[in-house]
Design a binder for this molecule. Structure first.
Ligand code: IMP
Ligand code: MG
Length: 176
């Protein structure tokens, strides 16, 4: 068990299981983008670790760019998505994949999707390491999912609890 700020967390997804999920997503992308170029749009901050490991496992030609959005305070979604840094490169006619660490209500993903769509990429797909299907209120299909999880608050592997815990190579959940 570990403590972050005022809360206790217990191990939830071991490091090797996280890496298996990453590889499984990479394999699907490698198949679907065979002979295509792909641009990964990493959603900061949470997705930096997933995006890095995902990219290392890609055999298709890939590039990466970063956007930054914020919706969470503490362990709750604020219900509002704030743009800190929008898309920095031209994406018109590109095949892009939005890379998220976790999809919870889906608000962040759908917001980013709409913003990017305006730039007329050739295609937009979505990838996430973790997905909470019971919390999801969106309509967008999530094309690549590493692992589905229940509605627990999790930290580690890029995911934070008020900016702490991102460094952990495994994923931990809030102890109830
Ligand atoms: P959504 O907009 O509700 O889907 O929330 C997505 C964003 O909230 C993610 O990109 C994360 O930054 C954050 N988030 C959602 N669930 C968790 C969690 O369990 N732990 C840490 N961050 C989370
Ligand atoms: Mg966060």
């Amino acid at each position: 068990m570990i403590q972050i700020h005022d809360n206790f967390f217990e191990i939830y997804i071991e490091e090797n299981e996280v890496q298996d999920a990453v590889q499984q997503v990479a394999q699907q992308i490698n198949l679907n983008y065979f002979s295509k170029d792909v641009l990964l749009v990493c959603v900061l901050n949470g997705s930096f670790m997933f995006t890095a490991d995902l990219m290392k496992n890609l055999t298709v030609r890939s590039e990466v760019t970063f956007v930054k959005y914020k919706s969470y305070e503490g362990t709750e979604s604020t219900g509002e998505v704030k743009e800190i840094m929008g898309i920095q490169v031209p994406i018109k006619d590109k095949e892009i994949i939005i890379v998220e660490d976790i999809v919870d209500t889906g608000q962040t993903l759908s917001h980013i999707y709409k913003v990017l769509q305006k730039h007329q990429p050739k295609s937009i797909k979505t990838a996430t390491l973790l997905y909470k299907p019971k919390a999801y209120k969106g309509t967008l299909p999530i094309d690549y999912v590493g692992k589905e999880i229940p509605n627990d608050f999790v930290v580690g592997y890029g995911l934070d609890y008020d900016e702490q815990g991102r460094h952990l190579p495994a994923i931990y959940k809030l102890k109830d």
